[in-house]
Write a protein that binds this ligand. Structure first.
Ligand SMILES: Cc1cc2nc3c(=O)[nH]c(=O)nc-3n(C[C@H](O)[C@H](O)[C@H](O)COP(=O)(O)OP(=O)(O)OC[C@H]3O[C@@H](n4cnc5c(N)ncnc54)[C@H](O)[C@@H]3O)c2cc1C
Length: 303
């Protein structure tokens, strides 16, 4: 396996000069939780062409791989992973055409929000404070403050499980709460266009500032985390159920149910994968005993 991975990395690097490859890279450096063991190879293909080649080649070689955006919804275990991680960080082009923003999958939602503001386009203010990439956001239909990516996605170009390039419309993405047609598939989202509306730049900026203020007030942004640990159950809020079960501040090792926002599990320093998962199990059990509701993780766990 090692020899195959080295040969793959060599070809990727020589075929697409400028593509960064790192062997034995710790995922704690690439996830907002700051937790995670090494992966065999971490690569940042430098273009869509390089990315497509890499995915097709990994499939041909039957090497396990995972696509990662900004790592803001991921919890990796601390064992060494025999895995190639393909980062979308370099799929980073953005352009505005009329009322649409056309972007590579690796572009951060915060940057897209700023691009929309500069172009005087409204509709993306809700996403400005979500610390993920466009691809990661589409994968799970990220949303906040009454908006979701499904409201703005016009079209998505992706590589499907058979290695074919496809483009689908937003309506064909089968978006639902924190879910899309891409969730739990082998599809690699490469780029997308977002359809916005002309708006008043001052009002757009005011809305973005207001949402940023609300985040700073309510969320423990000074600690590493992966955002809300659990999905919102039907008819309730996970954070409220956790709070009502008296679990704010509950700790396992370095992991803690945030005292500021019960929906977040934070890494207070040196938290391990086991700390976080044991704490999530405890929260799940105690909330069930208190309210009868079964919480489901929102964080993607790579065991
Ligand atoms: C402080 C904080 C606040 C947050 N607030 C919110 C919020 O308000 N609303 C919200 O919805 N989320 C929130 N999140 C969670 C997170 O930011 C979102 O889920 C975001 O959409 C994840 O994007 P990412 O690029 O970081 O994805 P990653 O964490 O890198 O990946 C997540 C999943 O998407 C897959 N994926 C990523 N890119 C691609 C691609 N190009 N093609 C195919 N699959 C891909 C990965 O394989 C993985 O399964 C928050 C997180 C933090 C840390």
């Amino acid at each position: 396996m090692d020899a195959l991975i080295h040969a793959f990395a060599g070809e990727l690097n020589s075929g697409f000069p400028g593509t960064a490859v790192f062997f034995g890279e710790p995922m704690s450096r690439h996830t907002t939780f700051r937790i995670g063991g090494t992966v065999s190879l971490f690569a940042e293909p430098k273009s869509i062409e390089a990315f497509v080649w890499a995915v097709r080649e990994l499939r041909r070689l039957k090497l396990p791989y995972l696509i990662v955006g900004n790592g803001s919804n991921l919890l990796f275990s601390q064992r060494p992973h025999e895995l190639t991680v393909l980062s979308t960080a370099r799929l980073d082009s953005v352009r505005v055409s009329g009322d649409s923003v056309i972007s590579g999958a690796g572009v951060l939602l915060s940057r897209l929000g700023s691009a929309a503001l500069e172009a005087g386009l409204t509709g993306l203010e809700f996403a400005h404070g979500i610390p993920g990439s466009l691809g990661g956001g589409i994968y799970m239909n990220a949303g906040a403050y009454g908006g979701e990516l499904r409201d703005v996605v016009e079209a998505v170009t992706y590589l499907d499980g058979s290695g074919a390039l496809r483009t689908v419309s937003g309506a064909e993405c089968a978006f639902s709460y924190r879910h899309s047609r891409f969730t739990d598939t082998q599809d690699a989202i490469l780029s997308a266009s977002l359809r916005l509306r002309p708006g008043d730049p001052a009002a757009i900026r005011a809305r973005m500032d207001e949402l940023a203020r609300r985040r700073r007030e309510k969320q423990p942004l000074n600690y590493p985390s992966a955002g809300s640990a659990f999905k919102r159950p039907v008819g309730a809020y996970a954070s409220q159920l956790i709070d009502e079960a008296g679990l704010k501040g509950l700790r396992v090792g370095g992991a803690q149910v945030s005292e500021k926002h019960a929906g977040f599990i934070v890494n207070t320093g040196g938290a391990t994968f086991q700390d976080v998962t044991a704490l999530m199990d405890q929260v799940k059990e105690k909330v069930y005993l208190h309210s009868g509701v079964t919480l489901e993780p929102e964080i993607r766990i790579v065991p």
